[in-house]
Write a protein that binds this ligand. Structure first.
Ligand code: XLS
Ligand code: NI
Ligand code: NI
Length: 436
C-alpha cells in the first residue's frame, strides 16, 4: 500500500523557475558548492517522532492528523505500518538519513522485557527496510521523558530504581542504534532538570546524569560500537530548568564530569532561542569549543515562548548556520535533522512533503549565500583587520601568556590613548544582504 499516493515519484530538482510545489527549487543533491556536493554538506535526516508519530495534539486540543499508517488495532501492526510509511517518505523525498527514539518506532509492552522485545522486532524490520532503500540512520536515542515513571526525571530521578530503568532502556536503544548502523546517539535531557528547587538536590542530580553518561561510554566500548554521542542543549520545557541548558552549560557539565572526550553537541535552533541565544551564537560557541557534532534543524516563532519546532524557512537563518558549518569543514558523523513538525492545521500527508522540501530548499539557498559571502572575502577581511593589533609583537606576547600589568602600563605610557574604530555593524549587515 502506498501511504503517499499524491507523490508518485521521487521529488526532483527543477530549478528556481519551477512552480511545482513538489519539486526542489534550490536543493540539487549532486551540485557542488564550496568543494562538496549539497547532499554531503547537509546530510539531511527526517525525525520519526514528529513526521510519523505527531498528530497535532496541543495542550488545548486533540490531534488533527489522522494518519493512514496509524489505524490498525494492534500496536505492533501500527508500528510496522508506520515504518513502511516512513521509508516510503524517505525515498520519495530523497533524504539519506533518519532519526528515532526507541519508543517512536516500537510501543511499550506490558513490562520492560516486552518493550525490549517489541523494539527488537521493529529494529529487525527497519534493518530490512534500510537495506532495501539505502537510507541510513543518523542517530538513535531513548525516550526518557514521556512515560509517567519519568515524571521526576530519568537519570536525575530521586529514586535509583528509575535511574536503573533509564539506564537499561538506554542500553537497548544503543543496541538498536548499533544494529541499524547508526553513527550517532543523542542524549536530550527532557526531564533532566527540576520543576522546583524546594524538593531537589541539584548537584546530586547533575552527578547522576554524568554517571549515566559514563555508563553509556563504558557500554559502547564493551560492545565495540563506534558511535558519536551527542548531548542536546535545551534550557526548559518540559521542566522549569534543564541541566543541559545551553552550549556553555553543557561544556561546563562535560568538563566538570570528565566527559568532553566522549560527547559532542547536537544544537537545535528553537532551543537556542528558548535560551535567549541566537542559533549563530550556539553554533559558534560549540564550534569554537571543538564540540559541534550535529544540528536539529528547525525554527521557533518570535512571538511564542515555547518550542514550536517549525520547519526552517528563513534564508537568513540558514545562511548563518551554513557559514558556521563551512567554517567547520562540514559534518563528520552529524547531519541536519529536521526536528520539526507541521502546524496543527497542516494535517494532510502532502503537508509533510511541502514542509521538508521547503526546509531543504532554505538550506540550499543558505549554503549558496554563505559560500558567496566567503568567496567575496570582505567580511573575513573586516574581522581580520579589526583584530590586527593582536598580531603585533605586543598582542602576541599577551596571548602567549607572557604579558604583565607592568608591560601594559609601559605600553600605555608609550602609546597614549587608543584610537577608536567603528564596528561597522550596519555596513556588515548590508554586506550580508547583498548575498541573500
Ligand atoms: C525536544 C528535543 C528532542 C530531541 C530528541 O525538544 O528536541 O526532540 O531532539 O530527544
Ligand atoms: Ni531536538
Ligand atoms: Ni526541541
Amino acid at each position: 500500500m502506498a501511504y503517499f499516493p499524491e507523490v508518485s515519484e521521487p521529488i526532483r530538482f527543477e530549478g528556481p523557475q519551477s512552480k511545482n510545489p513538489l519539486a526542489f527549487k534550490h536543493y540539487n543533491p549532486e551540485q557542488v558548492v564550496a568543494g562538496k556536493s549539497m547532499k554531503d554538506w547537509f546530510r539531511f535526516a527526517v525525525a520519526y517522532w514528529h513526521t510519523f508519530k505527531g498528530t497535532g495534539v496541543d495542550p488545548f486540543g486533540s490531534g488533527t492528523a489522522n494518519r493512514p499508517w496509524d489505524v490498525a488495532a494492534d500496536p505492533m501492526q501500527r508500528a510496522h505500518d508506520t515504518m513502511d510509511a516512513a521509508f516510503e517518505f524517505f525515498t520519495k523525498l530523497g533524504v539519506e538519513y533518519w532519526c528515532f527514539h526507541d519508543r517512536d518506532i516500537a510501543p511499550e509492552g506490558a513490562n520492560f522485557q516486552e518493550s525490549c522485545d517489541n523494539l527488537a522486532t521493529i529494529v529487525d524490520y527497519a534493518a530490512k527496510k534500510q537495506e532495501e532503500t539505502g537510507v541510513k540512520l543518523l542517530w538513535g536515542t531513548a525516550c526518557l521523558f514521556t512515560h509517567p515513571r519519568f515524571q521526576a526525571g530519568a537519570s536525575t530521578n530521586p529514586d535509583p530504581h528509575v535511574f536503573a530503568y533509564a539506564a537499561a532502556q538506554v542500553k537497548h536503544a544503543m543496541d538498536a542504534t548499533k544494529k541499524l548502523g547508526g553513527v550517532g546517539f543523542t542524549f536530550w535531557g527532557g526531564r533532566e532538570g527540576y520543576d522546583t528547587l524546594l524538593n531537589t538536590r541539584m548537584q546530586q542530580e547533575r552527578e547522576q546524569f554524568a554517571k549515566l553518561l559514563h555508563m553509556a561510554v563504558k557500554y559502547k566500548q564493551e560492545i565495540g560500537f563506534d558511535v558519536q554521542f551527542y548531548i542536546e542543549p535545551k534550557p526548559k520545557e518540559p521542566t522549569k530548568h534543564q541541566y543541559d541548558s545551553d552550549v556553555a552549560a553543557c561544556m561546563n557539565f562535560l568538563r566538570e564530569f570528565d566527559l568532553t572526550d566522549h560527547l559532542k553537541l547536537n544544537i537545535e535552533t528553537n532551543h537556542a532561542t528558548l535560551a535567549a541565544h541566537s542559533m549563530l551564537h550556539e553554533l559558534r560557541a560549540a564550534r569554537e569549543a571543538g564540540a559541534l557534532g550535529s544540528i536539529d534543524a528547525n525554527a521557533g516563532d518570535e512571538l511564542l515562548g515555547w518550542d514550536t519546532d517549525q520547519f526552517p524557512t528563513s534564508v537568513y537563518l540558514t545562511t548563518e548556520i551554513m557559514l558556521e558549518l563551512i567554517a567547520m569543514g562540514g559534518f563528520t558523523t552529524g547531519g541536519l535533522n529536521f526536528d520539526a513538525k507541521v502546524r496543527r492545521q497542516s494535517h494532510d500527508e502532502l503537508d509533510l512533503f511541502y514542509a521538508h522540501i521547503g526546509g531543504m530548499d532554505a538550506f540550499a539557498r543558505g549554503l549558496i549565500s554563505a559560500d558567496k559571502i566567503i568567496q567575496d572575502g570582505r567580511l573575513q577581511n573586516f574581522v581580520d583587520e579589526r583584530y590586527a593589533g593582536w598580531s603585533t609583537e605586543f598582542g602576541q606576547g599577551i596571548l602567549a601568556g607572557n604579558g604583565s600589568f607592568a608591560d601594559c602600563e609601559a605600553f600605555v605610557l608609550a602609546n597614549g590613548e587608543p584610537a577608536r574604530k567603528s564596528g561597522r555593524q550596519e555596513y556588515l549587515e548590508n554586506l550580508i544582504n547583498e548575498f541573500i
